[in-house]
Design a protein around this ligand. Structure first.
Ligand SMILES: [Zn+2]
Length: 91
């Protein structure tokens, strides 16, 4: 099968070759789990330019929803802090 350099799959393959990890959680991504995320969501005025797109896993893309990357980072951090507090209070 010949992939067009303009196809979404081809772009994902190239992006995975350059960096095979999720931009947010750092987990390894595969062609099946990799998605492109808009750092600033299009719904918030972000563009489709290359600089506004990162490769991330489906889970992070789904969790991030329409947050900006900065908002998502803060949210992830608050989740891990909350998880640690719960673990400490339980232990
Ligand atoms: Zn991820």
């Amino acid at each position: 099968m010949k992939l067009s350099p303009r196809s979404r799959k081809w772009k994902r393959i190239r992006a995975i070759e350059q960096n095979p990890n999720c931009a947010y959680c750092g987990e390894a991504v595969t062609l099946e789990t990799a998605t492109f995320d808009h750092v600033i969501p299009k719904s918030r005025g972000g563009s489709n330019a290359r600089g506004n797109r990162v490769l991330c896993c489906k889970k992070c893309n789904w969790l991030k929803a329409d947050r900006t990357a900065a908002e998502f980072a803060v949210w992830l951090l608050s989740c891990s802090v909350r998880a640690r507090l719960v673990a400490e209070s339980a232990g």
